[in-house]
Design a binder for this molecule. Structure first.
Ligand code: PLP
Ligand code: SF4
Length: 376
């Protein structure tokens, strides 16, 4: 490939990172003081908020790309972009969730940077940086903290661990955002993984397609093509996030043989609404992305203000079934505390078993009429 194209695409995403919004004065410059003053986000300008903001920063940094912030609407009190990125006082005074690691990832970590909870797959943190820090992040305890990033120190230990466990069928590269690494590092990891004969699948969990689509360069796609088949799982939460550049980048990925899936998190006041989710999932398939999971928000310290009631979640799932095409409906997943693992939650369509007639009685998707099938 033409080296000047490789270089200019790299400059593009590096520049976005370099000029990202990192503090309140950047925010004021970005939106303009008067525009904030006359908006529902006026509180950003107060001394109280500045104090809280500084405190929150010490645990989990604030950072947004200009690209992502351009999707925001400062006049919308429930702007789905701003609500995902603006630090909230509840982050340091959560009345409900106190645990930084409710999924007990640390207990299931046989060596550092690796979580091995299920027998057949492992999750490998290869970066603790992201282009944007999402306030509901489940790995706040590590993510955004440069000191917790020790991945380079034990790459060969992790590779040896995977090599020595033939029950492992899949490696998930996660973080932080694995695509915050440079192409060469990503290629080297893919190369080492491809040489392990018992692996069936390599997956990359990234939010770059949402927050910094410029990161999906031709050179990166060429690498993915060389290591075919790669699965990329991205993280769109709202239809506003699906822009023209995203469409182009998904196309590039798919032309390189990449399977592109999406996981969303169900977030209060952001996407806990059947119309919004219907549009999100339809738009995802229109863009060439298969909705894979919709996650219930985990019980991570400082995130309870994002939590939606399970009953409401189930109602939304019920309404989507029969309303959207099947390929535009993800599984709704609950990750159980104490490291229980993920389980799908679905409305229960099986009403009962009629012992006399040996028939099962079902509701259909509308939950109005009953239907019988024989048990042979
Ligand atoms: C979510 C998760 C996975 C991946 O689960 P899938 O259901 O295969 O998508 C793997 N390991 C850990 C520790 C996880 O939390
Ligand atoms: S991109 Fe993922 S890992 Fe990074 S802050 Fe957002 S949710 Fe957390």
């Amino acid at each position: 490939m033409n080296p000047s194209i490789i270089e200019s695409e790299k400059q593009d995403w590096k520049n976005q990172l370099k000029h990202s919004i990192k503090n309140i004065s950047d925010l004021i410059d970005f939106f303009g003081y008067d525009n904030i003053k006359n908006s529902p986000y006026e509180f950003i300008l107060t001394k109280e908020y500045l104090d809280v903001f500084e405190k929150i920063q010490q645990g989990f940094r604030f950072k947004v790309t200009r690209y992502y912030l351009q999707l925001a609407n400062i006049n919308d009190p429930f702007c789905p972009i701003l609500l995902q990125v603006l630090p909230h006082p509840n982050e340091i005074a959560d009345p409900y969730f106190k645990d930084k690691d409710p999924l007990k990832e640390e207990i299931h970590s046989p060596i550092s940077n690796l979580v091995h909870r299920y027998p057949d797959r492992v999750l490998w943190y290869i970066s603790h940086h992201c282009a944007v820090y999402c306030r509901f992040c489940l790995r706040k305890r590590k993510v955004s903290n440069p000191a917790s990033n020790t991945f380079r120190k034990n790459i060969s230990d992790v590779i040896d661990y995977i090599k020595n466990q033939p029950t492992i069928k899949e490696v998930i590269l996660s973080g932080g955002d694995p695509l915050s690494l440079e192409d060469d590092s990503i290629e080297s990891i893919l190369h080492q993984l491809k040489n392990i004969p018992h692996l069936y699948s390599i997956r990359i969990h990234t939010r770059m397609l949402v927050t910094l689509p410029h990161r999906i360069t031709k050179n990166l796609c060429k690498i993915f093509d060389e290591y075919y088949p790669i699965t990329v799982v991205t993280h769109f939460n709202h239809p506003k996030e699906l822009t023209e550049i995203v469409y182009e980048k998904v196309r590039l990925l798919r032309k390189s043989g990449v399977l592109v899936l999406n996981q969303s998190v169900l977030l209060k006041n952001i996407n806990d609404d059947v119309k919004i989710l219907e549009e999100l999932f339809l738009k995802l398939i229109q863009f060439g992305i298969k909705p894979y999971y919709l996650h219930h928000c985990d019980e991570v310290q400082g995130t309870s203000h994002f939590r939606v009631k399970l009953e409401k979640a189930l109602d939304i799932i019920k309404e989507l079934q029969g309303r959207n095409p099947g390929i535009a409906i993800p599984k709704f997943m609950v990750d159980l505390p104490e490291g229980g693992g993920k389980v799908p939650l679905t409305p229960v369509y099986l009403k009962e078993f009629d012992r006399e007639k040996k028939e099962y009685i079902f509701y259909n998707y509308e939950f109005k009429n009953l239907y019988r099938i024989k048990d042979l």
